[in-house]
Design a protein around this ligand. Sequence first.
Ligand code: HEM
Length: 393
Amino acid sequence: MLSAKTIEIVKSTAPILEMRGKEITTTFYRNLFVKHPELLNIFNHANQEKGRQQTALANTVTAAAHYIDKLEVLLPVVKQIAHKHRSLAIKPEHYPIVGENLLEAIKEVLGEAATDEIIGAWAEAYGAIADVFIAVEKEMYEEVQEAAGGWADYKDFIVMDKVRESENITSIVLKPADGQALPEFKPGQYMTIRMTIPGEQYLMNRQYSLTCSPNREYYRISVKKELLESSPDGKVSNYLHTQLKVGDRLEVTAPAGDFTLNVMESEPVYFIAGGVGITPFMSMLHTLSERNPERKAVLKHAVKNEQVQPFKEEIKQLAQRLSNFEALFYMSDDKRKMTSEDLQGLDPSGIYYVCGPAGFMNFAVSSLRDAGISEDRIHHEFFGPAMQLEESK
Ligand code: HEM
C-alpha cells in the first residue's frame, strides 16, 4: 500500500512529468540502451532510430499515476499492454531495469526540482504499477503454457509457404519445427515473430495478425511490404518479402491480444478495414464461415487501388460459404474513397470492428460515433506505434 503522502506527491508532480514527457522518454531510452544493449533484442529499435519510438511506456507510467490510488480501474488497459508484453517475452526481472532508468531520466531532466522525496515517491509508484503488470502477465504466461500444445516465450517454426496476396502483401504459412499440435487461438489475435537479419547486430521482432482460422496445424500471417527508407517496419517486412524462403526458420511466440471476435454470438458484425488492417478480419471471417456461417457479417474495406487489394479470391470463396455476408470495397485512386456516408445508417444493434492506420481509424471510429453507434459496440485496433492510455480510456 502506498502512503497518502506518496500518493499526493505523485499526483501533484505527474503534470510536470507529463509536460517534460518527451525529454524524459528520449533520455530514458538513450540511457537504457547504453547500459542494457541486450534490450535491443527486444525493443523495436527501428522506431528508436527514426526518433518515433513509442513514448507509450513512459507516458503510461505518468498517466497511470493519476489513478495511483485506484489502479484497478486501469485493468482493461493494462491487459492490452500485458498481451503485448507477454507476446514479446517480457519478464518480471525486466521491470526493475526499466524502473531504475526511468527514475534516472526523471532526475536528469528535472535536475534539482527532482528532490529525493519526489524521486522516492515515484519509485514507490512505479513499483506499484509494475506489480500490477507483473501479476497480469504471470497469469497470461500460465495460460499459454498450460494450454494444450502451448508454450512460453519463443518456439521454432518453419516457413511452409509464401503466397502473394497483392502487389505489397504476402502471406507466410508457418508450422512448428517439432511437429507438435498447436494451441487454439482467438480470431483477431496476433503473434510475434523473431529473426536474425543479415547485417543487423540484434534480433528483430514484429507482431502480425493471424489471418487463418484457429487450427492445430499451422499459422498464417500476411505482411505488408513497407517502404524501406521511411517506415520503421521497412527492414523486417522487406526481409520477409524478399529474402525469407520456404524451409527457413523463424521464432514465434504464442498468439496474443484481446481484439477478438466471439464468433458464436448472434448480433450482426461489421468489419471496417483500412489497407492491411483487413488482416485480423480474415481470421474472423474464416472462423465465422466454419462455425457460424449464418451470422450476418459485413466487410467494408478501403484500399488505394486494385493492385494493392489483397485476398480478392479468398473473399469471394468466403462469400460462398457465409450465407448472410456482404463485402464492399472502396478505392481512393478511383475516386471511390470510403466516406462518412458509407458508415451511416448501419445497424445500431450490430457490433463493429475497426482496424487500420491511425488516420483511417480516427475517420472510421468518429464516423460510426456520429452515426449513433454506441461506444461499447465499437472495437478498434490501430496498426502502428502504440496506443496512449489517456486516449483509450
Ligand atoms: C510499468 C512499466 C511499463 C509500462 C507502463 C509499459 C507500457 C507499455 C505500453 C503502453 C506499450 C505499448 C503497447 C501497445 O503497443 O499496445 C508497451 C510496449 C512495449 N513494452 Fe512496455 N511497459 C512497461 C514495462 C516494460 C518493460 C519492463 C519492458 C522490457 C524491458 C517493456 C518492453 C516493451 C516493448 C519491447 C514494447 C513494444 C514496443 C517497442 O518495441 O518499442 N515494457 N509498454
